[in-house]
Ligand binder design. Structure first.
Ligand code: AMP
Length: 190
């Protein structure tokens, strides 16, 4: 199963991805985690990405597409994955489509977590991550609305998109996602 989880920062993508990856025996690929690891290790990628991440901006499409191409080409990713934090721009989505075709992966499904802005800000402040300062949070939300929200529309044209309301008990939300993934009816095919 090939999954993408979309939604604003603080929506619970990471939490739900970890649960889904375990349950479905697929690989969890978080681009935010890959980048934070590179920053901690002080690699060339980390040095390039740090200032961009601290400001709440997006790392360049070329870099991100390269990371994802490598990450999903591995043998264990072939059996299924959930992408958490990618694609974040239309260009990334279009390039991912091409890479999936090249690799012969079919049947991408998209989970889109929706949540209110007030709750997002409350959650991000609670996380205490370095890129969760008040100014950066504001910027990340506006980057999300400008650049990432259109990614859902891209997939509405071509894939199964499941919209899930992200407020509530973590396990209930997880069960709801699993039920939708197992069902035949897609949100954009009502
Ligand atoms: P996340 O953990 O997904 O919230 O990502 C943390 C930060 O990493 C983001 O605010 C971006 O600066 C960067 N990042 C993660 N994924 C991407 C991506 N697909 N494209 C561009 N930047 C990304």
């Amino acid at each position: 199963m090939y999954l993408i989880i979309l939604g604003p920062p603080g929506a619970g993508k990471g939490t739900q991805s970890v649960l889904l990856a375990k349950l479905l025996s697929i690989k969890h690929l978080s681009t935010g985690e890959i980048l934070r690891k590179a920053v901690t290790e002080g690699t060339e990628l980390g040095l390039k990405a740090k200032a961009v991440m601290d400001a709440g901006n997006l790392v360049s499409d070329d870099i991100m597409i390269g990371i994802i191409r490598d990450a999903i080409s591995t043998d264990d990713a072939k059996n299924g994955f959930i992408l958490d934090g990618f694609p974040r721009t239309l260009k990334q989505a279009v390039e991912l489509d091409k890479i999936m075709i090249e690799l012969g992966y079919e049947g991408l499904k998209v989970i889109n977590i929706t949540i209110d802005d007030d709750e997002l800000v409350r959650r991000m402040i609670g996380r205490g991550r370095v890129d969760d300062s008040a100014e950066t949070i504001k910027n990340r939300l506006s980057v999300y609305k400008g650049q990432t929200a259109p990614v859902r529309e891209h997939y509405m044209q071509k894939s199964a998109v499941f919209d899930i309301y992200g407020i509530g008990n973590i396990n209930d939300i997880n069960n709801e996602i699993v039920a939708l993934l197992k069902g035949k009816k897609f949100k954009n095919q009502d």
